[in-house]
Write a protein of this length. Structure first.
Length: 218
């Protein structure tokens, strides 16, 4: 029976969370909103609509949401040719593949952004499938992205582990019934990841790779 190692991408395999913070902050600034960067960081990992709602509130002018999202995409797109992978991200995926895990990505990215992220990871030969924002009605922390990732490879929740860097990842994984592993490289504190459902927390992909034999992915 298939066992799946499901990975978030931004902040987990590619060092992009703070690029998202800066480009969302600038998108909000251009639209006349003062949103502190620490608040943006806490919202990274949500889909665009949910992120805007969390930062501007339900009483915002919702007609502006699409413009904010488009501005963020344009600003963030300037970095597509140089997105930096986190240490040993590709090596971790290849090791897991070699150990018999089916590697799947579950991300809110899609289109050219997803292509740029996959190019940064440089491990397409071992990635079996990708569940993107275009594939589900609700993003994280809803369980749909993780469940869809498992459906793509035919893996049951009890034989899956989800690795992510935000509380939204941990909550989505727990709601989907899978074991969750957190990484600190996205900028979210260890205590927050544990409280949200992480079974174990590592510094980054390199730390998880070095600790693999004693991790939930052993």
């Amino acid at each position: 029976m298939t066992r799946a190692a499901v990975f978030d991408v931004d902040g987990t395999l590619v060092d992009t969370n703070h690029l998202h913070v800066v480009t969302w902050w600038e998108a909000f600034r251009q639209a006349g909103h003062r949103v502190p960067m620490h608040a943006v960081l806490r919202a990274v990992g949500l889909g665009s609509e949910d992120l805007v709602a969390r930062l501007l509130g339900d009483d915002r002018d919702k007609d502006e949401d699409a413009e904010l999202s488009a501005a963020h995409k344009a600003l963030y797109g300037q970095y597509f040719d140089r997105l930096p992978p986190l240490r040993d991200a590709g090596s971790l995926l290849r090791r897991l593949h070699g150990d018999g895990w089916t590697v799947v990505l579950a991300t809110s990215a899609s289109g050219p952004e997803l292509s740029a992220l996959r190019a940064a990871i440089d491990a397409d030969d071992v990635i079996a499938a990708t569940a993107s924002a275009d594939d589900v009605e609700e993003g994280k922390p809803a369980p749909e992205p993780v469940r869809h990732a498992l459906e793509l490879v035919g893996a049951p929740a009890e034989r899956a582990v989800f690795v992510g860097d935000t509380v939204w990842d941990m909550r989505a994984g727990r709601r989907a019934g899978v074991r969750c592993v957190g990484v600190l490289c996205g900028g979210i504190p260890r205590a927050d990841l544990l409280e949200a459902g992480a079974e174990a927390v590592y510094d980054d992909p390199a730390d998880l790779l070095a600790s693999l034999t004693t991790s939930p992915l052993a």
